[in-house]
Design a protein around this ligand. Structure first.
Ligand code: NAG
Ligand code: NAG
Ligand code: NAG
Ligand code: NAG
Ligand code: NAG
Ligand code: NAG
Ligand code: NAG
Ligand code: NAG
Ligand code: NAG
Ligand code: NAG
Length: 403
């Protein structure tokens, strides 16, 4: 995850430039009206899918064009599309989503296609597995022969994580590395998104199957993440730091706060709060602590209360192609939290509603469906566009229906 910028933006820009002379909203949204939410989500979904060329000549099945859109981001999109269908009831993209999620399972049945070896970290694989896990949770048809079930694929990914786990006698007292292959830059970095991906997947597998092995591992990952200090209680909400380098035995952290690092653990704790009756770790309290930490990703200015933003890069105008998508996952995982731990619902809904109202104002007509900006607090398009921006806007909209 990190991005070269050599992408031809199709013909999208031309009409975007024309758009701004017109004074009409590209997406209308009334957050109190489910039909309006579904319409807005459908418009956003169409705009997002207009970036997809994987089912066209020259494209790769399952993948949005690379560069600049890395393989993991495609997995993240298809996971979002599974959720989109579940909550809007719109089945228009079922075939394309199913086909995409199957296409990357790979001959080893663990979302590790050889073609992507150069950019396959533990986190990248986790995002594809989240899509498969949602397919399992919502009872999608299983993958065709000879593939295993969705749960089977996720179990394979889970067991890969187990095999890659380091124990307490190793660097940083354990944990997963960011990368899988020694040839990848970042092989000596341990980070929150990879470990949080393992944690969330284990928690969801446990909830879905009841198999205690998954729960034991969720607790192991949580314990490591909190003991080392990647997750910390500031007294004013939890923070989740990005990671730390192994050569220094994780003594010096990269303290950057990214919204998806918080979100990935949040959904996991909410799942465990929902199924374990707090019998250990008080998962409800952990969920509330993490949700309080969302304060660091909302309300950038006094005119933008409860509007989400990517605080590490948005106001400095240096977000990369990956980072533009992070608000999508924060939206998705907060929304799931609101139904898994109902006491959080009011707070989550307030943030989603305010953010969605702002987000749609950043969308403008492109040649082939709307395109959207990244800075929702501006109340207008910020001149950026891409899969991450479109995915984030789609997810903040349809997640209003999760309740
Ligand atoms: C190809 O993908 C696009 C975008 O999701 C979709 O609208 C279209 O129906 C797909 N075409 C086929 C033949 O599946
Ligand atoms: C999905 O694929 C099936 C089987 O190929 C086809 O019958 C159906 O019309 C497709 N649905 C959509 C929405 O494209
Ligand atoms: C850590 O302990 C395990 C057995 O529990 C052993 O297999 C492994 O080699 C040890 N690693 C180091 C770095 O000492
Ligand atoms: C490395 O860090 C772990 C966890 O913080 C600690 O238990 C271990 O003693 C450290 N090892 C060295 C050699 O400092
Ligand atoms: C539970 O999951 C673990 C990890 O995949 C597996 O080894 C074990 O066989 C499963 N247990 C049962 C009862 O299915
Ligand atoms: C948590 O991790 C620490 C440090 O590795 C270990 O000493 C402790 O036993 C673990 N606690 C649990 C409940 O696993
Ligand atoms: C967990 O504890 C919290 C706080 O005591 C409580 O509100 C919640 O209902 C408990 N969760 C379950 C699943 O029992
Ligand atoms: C869990 O934490 C909540 C919130 O801090 C607290 O109210 C509750 O008593 C705790 N429950 C247990 C079982 O420890
Ligand atoms: C667990 O989550 C479901 C939604 O998936 C919800 O209906 C249920 O009330 C939750 N249970 C508890 C104890 O919060
Ligand atoms: C809110 O304030 C910021 C900072 O002054 C500004 O950039 C932004 O355009 C304002 N947003 C709106 C909707 O006026």
């Amino acid at each position: 995850m990190a991005s070269p910028l050599t992408f031809s933006w199709k013909s999208k820009l031309l009409s975007v430039l024309l758009c701004c002379l017109a004074v009409h909203a590209a997406i209308e949204l009334n957050v109190d009206d489910d039909a309006s939410i579904r319409n807005a989500a459908a418009t956003a979904a169409y705009g997002l899918q207009s970036w997809y060329n994987g089912n066209q000549t020259g494209g790769v099945l399952g993948k949005f064009p690379y560069p600049p859109f890395y393989w993991w981001l495609s997995g993240a999109v298809w996971g979002g599309m599974v959720e989109y269908q579940q909550y809007t009831g719109d089945e228009s993209y079922f075939n394309v989503t199913y086909e995409a999620l199957v296409s990357q399972i790979s001959p080893t049945y663990n979302y590790l296609p050889i073609a992507e070896k150069f950019d396959e970290g533990n986190d990248d694989v986790a995002f594809w597995a989240f899509g498969a896990m949602s397919a399992a949770e919502y009872g999608w048809p299983e993958p065709p022969e000879p593939y295993p079930t969705w749960v089977g694929v996720c179990d394979n990914v889970f067991n890969d994580f187990v095999a890659r786990w380091y124990f307490a006698n190793d660097t940083c007292g354990g944990g997963l590395k960011w990368q899988i292959f020694e040839s990848s830059a970042g092989y000596t970095y341990k980070n929150s998104i990879s470990n949080g991906g393992f944690f969330q997947l284990a928690a969801r597998l446990y909830r879905h199957t009841g198999n205690e092995t998954y729960y034991e591992w969720a607790k192991e990952v949580w314990n490591w993440s909190t003991t080392l200090g990647f997750i910390a209680d500031t007294g004013n909400g939890y923070v989740v730091y990005d990671g730390a380098a192994e050569p220094l035995n994780c003594t010096e952290f990269d303290h950057t706060l990214w919204s998806y690092n918080l979100g990935v653990y949040l959904h996991g704790t909410a799942v465990l709060a929902n199924v374990t009756n707090n019998e250990s770790n008080n998962w409800t309290a952990q969920t509330i602590g993490l949700l309080d930490g969302v304060r660091y990703f909302i309300s950038p200015f006094s005119n933008a209360t409860n509007i989400m933003y990517e605080q590490a890069c948005a106001t400095r105008w240096n977000c990369n192609v990956d980072q533009f998508s992070f608000k999508a996952y924060l939206s998705r995982w907060m929304a799931q939290t609101s139904i898994l731990v109902p006491s959080t619902a009011e707070k989550v809904r307030q943030i989603l509603r305010t953010s969605a109202e702002a987000a749609v104002k950043t969308c403008v007509d492109g040649d082939d469906g709307v395109v959207c900006g990244a800075r929702w607090y501006l109340g207008a398009w910020d001149g950026t566009l891409g899969v991450g921006q479109s995915l984030s806007v789609l997810e903040v909209i349809y997640n209003l229906l999760v309740r």
